[in-house]
Design a binder for this molecule. Structure first.
Ligand code: ZN
Length: 164
């Protein structure tokens, strides 16, 4: 079966920057799944899957605008330290370069700590990978027909997909 609208694709990936450094990867034997044709992935990446089959591997290099966005130098804000959430519950100590979650009106957002004051912390709300051209190395594990329920929900269920 080929990747087309309303198929569920399971794949593993490695994400690298232009220097070839590994930024992110699926764990061995833990592919992720998405429902093709429902904006489950970055559109430019999803387009690369079209027509491919299980066992295919390919790499896709995406410009920042197609990946994690351009950097916005105005997207640096001072926020109360108590609005930040760290890797450990109740984290109070912040250092520049740490990644934290910031509670915003649109939900939680990943931010990078720039400067630390007594009560206020300066954070950069750009995605940590914004401004980077990145390469995805993809291995397609399997392709199957989506269920009616998956199409209705707009995402993949089961292994590597959403669990309700
Ligand atoms: Zn669902």
């Amino acid at each position: 079966m080929l990747v087309a609208k309303n198929t569920v694709v399971r794949f593993s990936y490695q994400l690298k920057d232009q220097a070839g450094e590994l930024l992110e990867a699926t764990d061995e034997g833990k592919p992720v799944a998405y429902l093709h044709g429902h904006n489950g992935l970055m559109p430019a990446l999803e387009a690369e899957f079209e027509g491919k089959a299980a066992g295919d591997s390919f790499s896709a290099t995406l410009a920042p605008v197609d990946a994690f966005g351009e950097r916005d130098d105005s997207a640096v804000h001072r926020v109360p330290a108590k609005h930040l959430q760290g890797a450990e519950p109740g984290q109070k100590q912040w250092k520049p370069g740490m990644v934290a979650l910031l509670e915003t009106e649109e939900g939680k957002r990943q931010v990078t700590v720039v400067k630390v004051g007594k009560f206020m912390v300066t954070v950069d709300v750009n995605h940590p990978l914004s401004g980077k051209t990145v390469t995805f190395e993809i291995g397609i594990e399997d392709v199957r027909e989506a269920t009616a329920e998956e199409i209705q929900h707009g995402h993949a269920h089961g292994e590597g997909g959403h669990h309700h």
